[in-house]
Design a protein around this ligand. Structure first.
Ligand SMILES: [Fe+2]
Ligand SMILES: [Fe+2]
Length: 206
């Protein structure tokens, strides 16, 4: 167990402080950059900072979930989804850099919180672990779809990245359900949504 925790600590440091490496090309590589107004650029940076923080949390959640569940039936799916989340992390990070923005300073805090939540969900057993994952992914997909409405239509590159991310998250949610994810109580879903709203407000600015 101590060894696992050391490995997880090292993984966390890599997510937070080293450049992530996507295994798939960024979906917008064939799309030309368009001229954005300073306000449009600022808006995109803020939203992508939030999405980047979401992806940092996704890494922590998946790590926490796999900590107690690394040999479960859903473990392979969790690992595959977690790899796709690294793509998202890299895509968000590089898009923010391109637009001259910075990622959120609060990411270490969110990482730790998400890791604890993921570990807790995992300790409850696979049914709830997968149920929690399905609900998280459903909320993230919904959140990304909302961002697609807020980002300037002129910003074709960011729109393309978000479209692919939203599709991936929907697939992650479906897979977690298919693997037997339990429906969570409404109060838990509401609490999850409240935490994510708080995270959205803070990571857009700090
Ligand atoms: Fe993601
Ligand atoms: Fe996902």
């Amino acid at each position: 167990m101590i060894n696992d925790l050391i490995v997880e600590f090292d993984k966390g440091l890599k997510v937070l402080f080293s450049k992530p490496k996507a295994s798939r090309p960024r979906p917008d590589i064939h799309i030309k950059e368009t001229e954005l107004t300073p306000d449009e650029k600022k808006r995109t940076i803020e939203l992508m900072r939030v999405n980047h923080t979401g992806e940092v949390c996704a890494q922590a959640l998946y790590s926490g979930q796999l900590l107690f569940n690394s040999h479960g039936e859903g473990a392979e799916s969790l690992k595959k989804a977690s790899k796709e989340e690294i793509d998202h992390l890299d895509w968000c990070n590089s898009r923010i850099q391109e637009l001259g923005g910075k990622t959120s300073l609060l990411n270490p805090l969110w990482y730790m919180g998400s890791f604890l939540i993921g570990s807790f969900a995992s300790a409850l057993g696979e049914k709830y672990n997968l149920g929690f994952l399905a609900e998280t992914e459903r909320q993230v997909a919904q959140h990304l779809t909302g961002h697609l409405k807020k980002i300037s239509k002129k910003d074709l590159k960011t729109n393309k990245i978000l479209e692919v991310m939203a599709d991936d998250e929907e697939q992650h949610a479906i897979k977690a359900k298919e693997l037997g994810g339990a429906e969570l109580p409404r109060q838990v879903k509401n609490a999850m949504s409240l935490i994510s709203k708080m995270m959205t407000i803070l990571s857009a600015k700090i």
